[in-house]
Design a protein around this ligand. Sequence first.
Ligand code: PTJ
Length: 259
Amino acid sequence: MGINIPESHPRAASLKIREALIRGVEDNVVAYAGLIAHGRGEAFDYLIGEKTIPQAQRAIEAAAASLLNAAAPVISVNGNTAVLVPRELVGLSEITGARLEVNLFYRTREREEAVRKALLDAGGRHIYGVGEAASEVIDELQSERRRVDPDGILKADVVLVPLEDGDRTKALVRCGKTVITVDLNPLSRTSRTAHITIVDNITRTLPALIEKVKELKTTPRPALKRIVESYDNKKNTGEALRAICDRLLLLAGGGTDIP
Ligand code: PTJ
């Protein structure tokens, strides 16, 4: 059941995203818990001011360089991301050569197929990790996210895992993969464990990441490597947290940056 959102509503864009996620639940793409996860994300988005902060831009540059420098990059797709940015996921996959793999925390065969369909409808060609294709497991993990595709995440050297669960981020890092995440919460275990954490909304990050990849596409590999090596995730995530604190102090003191 959808509602009519007037364009004049000051939060029309945000309300439309909520509606899309609710439709995603009805279509079996989004897990019920995906709605809760979105609410948490929205709260942090308010804190950062609903814009891509410079710290996120720095992480986006490191992520773009890392994906371009990878031998076997993979983009892990869950229900929320399949609804929020399906075309951008396909676009990023095409421009970087990264494979798209369905990997669900609340895995059911119906949801795997529904997420695959969302990606195919958005122009994706081969989608990894569905059904029998997810025939391997990542040891050390109990959740359904342990199941991976031998031609996808299992052999990947760089994995983009947006809106990820902390346990699996840790497991992927332990497996020796370079892990890139997008998470509005700089305090989450995923944010603190990944190699590159983009503290931003996935809806803003993916277009910016695609632009950055286009910009760096012809950069020689040694220079890409230097970008990745000079990036310090602990420092950058700490600075994102400080940006939130500074903003809250500004607002608490009566100042504003809200248009
Ligand atoms: O589709 P499934 O079955 O794989 O399940 C997906 C969810 C998201 C339900 C599952 O991975 C989960 O429970 O995730 P968590 O542990 O709630 O973590 C999600 C993180 O993403 C939280 O830290 C949120 O703040 C953050 N988040 C939510 N929406 C966004 C976001 N980060 C960036 N952009 C968003 N739009």
